[in-house]
Design a protein. Structure first.
Length: 63
């Protein structure tokens, strides 16, 4: 009986280690994919000029 409990604990330890390794690899792979992605081009923000007031605002330009 003691031998069966010992082999089960080793099996659970091995499964735990495999799960941790898979999670670490998935995190590493996701970071690589995110680093390869290019950032979107910056677009001008409305009222980005600090001296502009709501009354001075120009109408939006059609795209």
């Amino acid at each position: 009986m003691l031998l069966a409990a010992s082999s089960t604990s080793w099996l659970m330890t091995l499964i735990g280690v495999v799960v941790v390794v898979v999670l670490l690899l998935a995190f590493w792979y996701g970071r690589r994919l995110a680093a390869k992605r290019t950032a979107p081009p910056p677009q001008p923000q409305p009222r980005a000029d600090s001296w502009e007031t709501p009354d001075d605002q120009e109408p939006p330009k059609p795209h």
